[in-house]
Ligand binder design. Structure first.
Ligand SMILES: Cc1cc2nc3c(=O)[nH]c(=O)nc-3n(C[C@H](O)[C@H](O)[C@H](O)COP(=O)(O)O)c2cc1C
Ligand code: SF4
Length: 687
């Protein structure tokens, strides 16, 4: 029996709409379209084509706007006929791969991440005090009058007709999340007292019924009409959130309208750490109100109760989503909780996921790390930490080289491995050199510090090392690369991917035995890490970790902040010294916002604008603003970023025709995975 028998089996949603497997691309706004909202020739088409080529049964093109969008983000649009040519090009390019194309019609409604200055539209007028998500994200809303509602209805229908004309197989009427049509389905937003009010499933879905009827009439019987709804909403501040029972009632009514599939998602409002991505619950620890959901989180996912409730209520195909991998997806299908699995971030991380599942090549899957970089507002358009080519498929294509060259990659961390794999795929003769006895750089150390409850780093180590092993990249371990060695090897190209020196301030006492640095910790951990691996070592470190009870950490960037959570989890009394105001540095926002409250609750003392002046045997002297203080402690950890040291690079440039610096070598933010992986790819594309 095939291991993923259910996932790879076909399913017919309607005559003429058969998916060759049950793997669907979940809708995710990519922001990779042209700035004017057209798709013509855009990177967005290349992005989706990579997944169609990678074998998904259907792609749900996310967030197509039926009204001109306001605010940030680059959305695909269908509010005018001028968008039809680009939409047609998109559908044609995906159809080539026997992939069904769905267009999700979207309007942010009351809680769009992007809104104008006025009141956002909603089923009802709500004042600030009634909002489930308070300002600045939430805004007092404007409830639509009956005439306005009919006007919006027409715009949605017109946009659906344009998708149909463009050759899409289906339209998905987006009624999930905190958005426009959800504001009718969810009593949290819908306080109307007319026939569109929250009184019954029929009244909540009335607008959806009217939209369905009008699209059906205009587009005929063959155009599939589906919808996405919330199976559950979480709202600590306002009453009326959708429960799985209410979602089942909504779904039943929508099925009765004629909707041909129901895709189930969920949404978190207000102070919750998530909106539509069911992650971040256990970071750094689940808050008390999250505890009831933790069993689901650790099992098939927190969206499961809503998905199951809908599946039990309807007979049309149900699409489940949320932090799925191939094993969970297969189990959900096998146990009959859903009919199709929508994968979002897994397909961003690896557009070939579906083909790899079909072929049983699961060790080759580049897995989403749940790192939240794609949801980070600092990155627009969207990026993926582990797939540097996402949305840049054409620009970063790995074209075969005309002249095969000898490439020496110095450093076998993520940047080095990515670069080596990409350069070898292009046809170069590549060798990785590393002074350590195994590849991976500091990935294992990062995995140990971060843990694996939410973000998962080790799958990246597994993927990169497996792929290096399967490739024709040669590896020379325990090899310190000197200028002499480079001269002897005489390569055409060098990619310098080793780590730079960490910044160690010249303060009195810095050489004391009670001072720990990242290189020192790395050295200390090398043998046990090799023997036990990060998960076991993390658990062993709960019993013993070789620093004293009271620890002062210098540096509150990502390194320092993560080290503080690690130590506090192990019962240490931690004082975190931040050079400025910021705590967490480059930790993606979704995680970062939870750090300071957690520190406050767990007794981690934060000192901002602090300068470490002196380290003693049992204390440190610190200057905070203008004031000097002595803090008693047993150990001091220096967690400052790496600093670029170009000396070796400059020497190499004199003897090697082509030299690149990538990842940690460049220090600062390039040491972070998302930059390191991209640096590796960029260099390989240029070689
Ligand atoms: C960056 C990003 C953008 C998203 N945009 C949309 C969207 O436009 N429409 C939608 O229905 N869901 C959207 N989602 C939610 C996904 O469809 C999916 O439900 C969610 O990511 C959980 O699935 P996953 O764990 O497989 O990623 C988005 C998710 C992410 C991370
Ligand atoms: S950026 Fe991170 S969370 Fe987003 S898809 Fe990539 S690995 Fe997953």
């Amino acid at each position: 029996m095939q291991r993923f028998e259910h996932l790879i089996s076909p399913i017919e949603i309607a005559p003429g709409f058969t998916m060759k497997n049950r793997i669907m691309k979940a809708p995710q706004s990519t922001w990779r379209w042209n700035l004017d909202g057209t798709a013509d020739g855009s990177a967005g088409i290349d992005l989706y084509e990579s997944m169609a080529k990678g074998g998904v049964g259907a792609i749900d093109i996310a967030g197509i706007n039926w009204e001109p969008p306001v605010g940030g983000g680059i959305y695909l649009c269908a509010y005018d006929d001028r968008f039809i040519p680009g939409l047609t090009e998109l559908a044609k390019r995906l159809h080539k791969y026997d992939c069904r194309v769905i267009g999700q019609l979207h309007h942010g409604g009351p809680l769009a991440p992007a809104q104008g200055d006025g009141r956002p539209i909603c089923a009802s007028t709500l004042e600030i005090e009634d909002l489930p998500t308070p300002p600045p994200e939430g805004k007092a809303t404007h409830g639509l009058t009956h005439d306005e509602l009919l006007e919006k209805r027409q715009l949605i229908v017109d946009a659906a007709i344009r998708l149909w004309k463009a050759g899409f197989d289906a339209v998905e009427i987006h009624a999930a999340h905190g958005y426009f049509l959800n504001s009718f389905l969810s009593p949290i937003w819908n306080h109307r007292d007319d026939e569109y009010g929250p009184q019954s499933a029929e009244s909540r879905t009335r607008l959806m019924r009217e939209i369905f009827d009008m699209v059906r009439e205009a587009c005929g019987p063959d155009f599939v009409i589906g919808t996405r709804i919330n199976g559950q909403e979480w709202s600590p501040l306002a009453a009326g959130a959708i429960t799985p029972q209410l979602a089942a009632e909504n779904a039943k009514a929508l099925e009765a309208c004629g909707y041909q599939y129901i895709s189930v998602s969920g949404y978190g409002y207000g102070p919750l750490p998530f909106r539509y991505c069911p992650d971040y619950f256990p970071y750094p620890d689940p808050e008390p109100f999250m505890e009831p959901y933790m069993d689901d989180f650790r099992g098939l996912g927190i969206l499961m109760p809503g998905i199951k409730a809908v599946k039990e209520a309807v007979s049309v195909p149900v699409i489940g989503a949320g932090r799925m991998d191939e094993d969970k997806g297969e189990r959900v299908l096998r146990e009959g909780h859903a009919d199709i699995i929508a994968y979002g971030r897994y397909l961003w991380a690896d557009p070939e996921f579906a083909n790899k599942v079909r072929d049983g090549r699961t060790d080759e899957i580049r897995r989403c790390n749940r790192c939240a970089s794609c949801e980070d507002p600092v990155t627009s358009p969207r990026i993926c930490r582990v797939n540097p080519a996402l949305g840049r498929e054409r620009e970063l294509e790995l074209k075969p080289v005309e002249t095969k060259k000898r490439v020496m990659v110095i450093g076998g961390g993520p940047a080095g491995m990515q670069c080596a794999l990409d350069a070898a795929e292009r046809g170069h003769d590549v060798t990785i050199y590393d002074s350590k006895s195994e590849l991976g750089g500091r990935i294992k150390l990062a995995a140990m510090i971060k843990g694996d409850k939410d973000e998962e780093v080790m799958p990246l180590y597994d993927y990169l090392t497996t792929m290096v092993e399967k490739s024709n990249v040669k590896v020379k371990l325990k090899t310190e690369v000197t200028l002499d060695l480079v001269k002897r090897e005489n390569p055409d190209i060098v990619a310098l991917a080793n780590s730079s020196p960490y910044f160690i301030p010249a303060i009195e006492g810095i050489d004391r035995k009670n001072v720990f640095t990242v290189p020192g910790m790395t050295k200390l951990a090398t043998v046990p890490m090799k023997m036990f691996g990060p998960a076991k070592l993390a658990s062993m470190s709960e019993k013993f970790f070789p620093v004293g009870k009271k620890v002062v950490i210098l540096g509150a960037g990502a390194e320092g902040a993560q080290c503080a959570t690690f130590l506090a989890h192990r019962g240490k009394e931690v004082v975190l010294l931040a050079e400025g105001e910021d705590i967490g540095g480059l930790v993606p926002q979704k995680y970062k916002v939870r750090l300071v409250p957690w520190f406050e609750e767990h007794g981690v003392q934060i000192l901002r604008n602090a300068r470490l002046l002196e380290i003693g045997r049992k204390s440190v002297t610190v200057q905070v603003n203008e004031e000097s203080r002595e803090i008693s402690c047993d150990s001091v950890m220096i967690m400052l970023p790496e600093e670029h040291d170009p000396t070796f690079y400059e020497q190499l440039r004199k003897i090697v025709p082509e030299v690149y610096e990538i990842g940690s070598t460049l220090g600062g933010e390039n040491a972070f995975l998302k930059h390191a992986m991209l640096d590796g790819r960029l260099a390989a594309v240029k070689m």
